[in-house]
Every structure is written in C-alpha cells, then in structure tokens.
Design a protein around this ligand. Structure first.
Ligand code: GAR
Length: 213
C-alpha cells in the first residue's frame, strides 16, 4: 500500500483476532499478553461478550482493545441475538474469531459469516466431555487423564475438527475447581501457541483432519 506521495504505509502487523468471552477472561489475558510481541503474528482487535459483567471486558479496556456487549436480553429472540453477535464481530473485520470461554452456542448462520474461521477452546480432551461442564463431567466419569482442546467450530456442540490438544492428569483429591485451574494453565499455553501458529501459517481443514501451514 502507498500514500498519494508514494511513501509506503506499513500495514498493522498480524492477523486480526476477535475474541468472544463470557467469563473472567484468563485465556483472553494470555492472548493479549502474546500480542504485545509483533512477532506473534496476530493481535486482538476486538472483544465481544454476552455478559455485561464479564471480567474479559475489563481486560480489554485495560489493554486498550475495543469491546462490545451483545446480551441476549436485548434481542427479541435467538436468531436476532445471533445476527447481533455476527454484526458486532464483523465490524472488527476478523481474520480469526476465537471463542475463549464463550458459554453460548452460535447458530449456523453465524458460522456461515466466518467459514472455518471460528476457533474454540474447550477444557477437556474432545470428543470426550463436550458441553458446558467438561471439567465436572470428566471428573465424575473418573478419567485419569483429561485436558484441553483447540478446535474449529462447526454446527455441533464441541464437535468440530481438532487442531491441538494437551493432556492434563487428574490427581487424587482433585475437585472441579482445582482440576479446572490446572487445565487452564495448559489451556492458555495451548491456545496462545495454536492461535499464533494458525495466524502465521494458516490452517488447512480436510474433513476431520486439520493441518497448520
Ligand atoms: C475455559 O476453561 C474454557 O475452556 C471454558 O471456560 C473457561 C473460561 O476461562 N469454556 C468452556 O467450557 C466452553 N464449553 P477464562 O474465562 O478464564 O478464559
């Protein structure tokens, strides 16, 4: 790109990430820390939450990143809410949409706006223990290994093609909270690494198989 006087204009570095979060936002915080480094190859350009009180919104503000709340209560029905979320995300012109603790299901119409561009992090080794209580369900089942999964979002609930996983052992005496905290340590590292690699090198999805680069 050039200015009218011929001076090149450096494009802002990195792929554009829009992060959707419902909760405290520790995964968002990890992405915000990573994007400080231009070599990371991606930067968070917007944060969208369904919850006005989400800690993720405070993190965005502190980092100087634009944020917007799209609360279901402000919409007539689910379709309208989905449309509202899609519009809010599209304004930021994302290369990638990252669901980082976003606790609502997005409609196929949302995914169609950002085909194969929506990535989710889930606190279990998918396809085991999908849904809103992945940590609790793994613990109740009695598995000795659980973990976290970064995957491409499809029309199902945590059923999309898997990009990366880390195993985390279940320790004697774990409860949901201690196990989730340990998973989240692994999850933040996995999400930051995976999103960075995907942003820098691209993601190929062939059926259920994925390949970075
Ligand atoms: C993360 O563990 C994420 O995997 C999980 O919520 C947590 C959010 O933590 N998401 C789901 O369970 C989605 N099904 P954070 O707000 O501290 O990033």
């Amino acid at each position: 790109m050039q200015t009218p006087s011929g001076h090149p204009v450096a494009p802002a570095p990195g792929a554009r990430l829009v992060v959707l979060a419902s909760g405290g936002g520790s995964n968002l915080a990890a992405l915000l820390a990573a994007h400080e480094d231009p070599a990371y190859g991606a930067r968070v350009v917007g944060v969208v939450s369904d919850r006005p009180g989400a800690g993720a919104l405070d993190l965005a503000r502190e980092a100087g990143v634009a944020s917007v709340v799209v609360a279901p209560a402000d919409f007539a029905d689910r379709d309208a809410w989905n449309e509202g979320v899609a519009e809010a995300v599209a304004v930021f012109r994302p290369d990638w949409v990252v669901l980082a603790g976003f606790m609502r299901i997005l409609a196929p119409s949302f995914l169609a706006r950002f085909p194969a561009r929506v990535i989710n992090t889930h606190p279990a080794l998918l396809p085991s223990f999908p849904g809103a209580h992945g940590v609790r369900d793994a613990l109740a089942y009695g598995v000795r290994q659980t973990g976290c999964t970064v995957h491409v979002v499809d029309d199902g609930v945590d059923t999309g093609p898997i990009v990366a996983q880390t195993a985390v052992p279940v320790l004697d005496g774990d409860d949901e909270s201690s196990l989730h905290e340990r998973i989240k340590v692994a999850e933040r590292a996995l999400l930051v690494e995976t999103v960075g690699r995907v942003a820098r090198d691209g993601l190929v999805v062939e059926g259920r198989r994925t390949r970075i680069g």
